[in-house]
Design a protein around this ligand. Structure first.
Ligand code: PLP
Length: 368
């Protein structure tokens, strides 16, 4: 099998796996219990929080463990709603944000959606047009999961602050892949998810800047400073820290490798006379390659690639009546004849040059 769907999930890092094992089998004490079997777990949790904070330039008390990126996004958006005013977000957010906003709209909270340009960028001028004194929260994703476009987060956060609003960014596709320093960017909240950076599934975190008025997301015990109750997932938090630290130490080497793989794939495709366009801007997450093939069907390509043992993703899905194009591909205005034939190849740190040649050759043979 060739795995080229790393934006969907990544392989668990072996060191992260080994780090979690003792907390599942031997050191399973509840981190909230005062006896030493519990305090050992508490220490491990504290250490994991410190490592994660260091990786994103935060302080440990600004890191709140959650179960995944979706939960972090839900928490951030619902915090904006509690402030009782309007939320501003973009049209290309992940459904964790868009559907949270849709639920709030049904409850009477106003939400405004900023358009993007043809490469998927939220232009600061568009935020300026929409934001007002009634805005409590602006949420714009750091990088898009389908087309990889990276946003000008620092600039957008500054505009939000000029208008007295909080700024949240969904950095699920970014943390562990691009350098992130929350204090330099001056964001108030940032979502991340371990399984996108070779950590385990079922754990993520929300960074919340010190001094932000935080409402609890899950009521219950006093875990996570009383804001997100539930017995702590120590093993997964420890593994998430190991995976993040390892990825963060290799960000530039991984980027260089992924950029070379990207160049090779595009070169091989360009040597064939396939009619395609690449979606997303020049500034995209390393390894994200989103392509639309004229007159083809993304789902057909996905299944034919699957038969050759290659995992990729699609930007459109067929139901029994018509082809459903993703909201992101629609938002950047990909013409219909190309939109239906959209696929996403997302390469990861462990993909090889041989695999990329095999992916390109498989695509060319299927599409011809
Ligand atoms: N946000 C973005 C941009 C994502 O790509 C994803 C997952 O694909 C999520 C949020 C949801 O993360 P999780 O799978 O950890 O719930």
């Amino acid at each position: 099998m060739i795995y080229a769907d790393n934006a969907a999930t990544t392989e668990l890092d072996i060191d992260a796996f080994e780090a979690m094992r003792p907390f599942l089998l031997q050191q399973y004490g509840n981190a909230s219990q005062p006896y030493s079997f519990g305090t050992e777990s508490k220490k491990a949790l504290r250490n994991a929080r410190q490592i994660i904070a260091r990786c994103i330039g935060a302080d440990p008390e600004e890191i709140f463990f959650t179960s995944c990126g979706t939960e972090s996004d839900n928490w951030a958006i619902k915090m904006g709603a509690i402030l009782g005013k309007r939320i501003v977000t973009s049209v290309i957010e992940h459904h964790a944000i868009l559907n949270s906003c849709a639920t709030l709209e049904k409850q009477g909270i106003a939400v405004s959606y900023i358009p993007v340009d043809d490469v998927g960028e939220v232009l600061p001028g568009e935020l300026e047009k929409v934001i007002g004194v009634d805005t409590s929260l602006v949420s714009v994703m750091f990088a898009n999961n389908e087309i990889g476009t990276v946003q000008s987060v620092k600039e957008l956060a500054a505009i939000a602050h000029q208008h007295g609003a909080l700024f949240h960014t969904d950095a699920v596709q970014v943390v562990g892949h691009i350098d992130v320093n929350v204090h330099e960017l001056d964001v108030d909240m940032l979502s991340a998810s371990a399984h996108k950076f070779n950590g385990p599934k079922g754990i993520g975190f929300l960074y919340i800047k010190k001094g932000t008025e935080i409402s609890a997301f899950i009521d219950g015990g006093s875990q996570e400073a009383g804001r997100r109750a539930g017995t702590e997932n120590v093993a997964s938090a420890v593994a998430m820290a190991v995976a993040l630290e390892k990825n963060c130490a290799n960000i530039s080497a991984n980027k260089k490798h992924l950029d070379e793989l990207d160049d090779l794939l595009i070169k091989r495709l360009n040597e064939s006379d396939l009619d395609y366009r690449r979606n997303g801007g020049r500034n995209h997450i390393p390894g994200n390659i989103n392509l639309s093939f004229n007159g083809k069907e993304g789902e057909m390509i996905l299944h034919r690639m699957d038969l050759k043992g290659i995992c990729i993703s699609t930007g459109s899905a067929c139901d029994s009546v018509k082809i459903q194009t993703s909201h992101v591909i629609k938002a950047i205005g990909v013409p219909d004849e190309y939109a239906a034939g959209t696929i996403r190849i997302s390469l990861g740190r462990d993909n090889t040059f041989e695999e990329v040649v095999a992916i390109a050759d498989a695509l060319v043979s299927i599409l011809k």
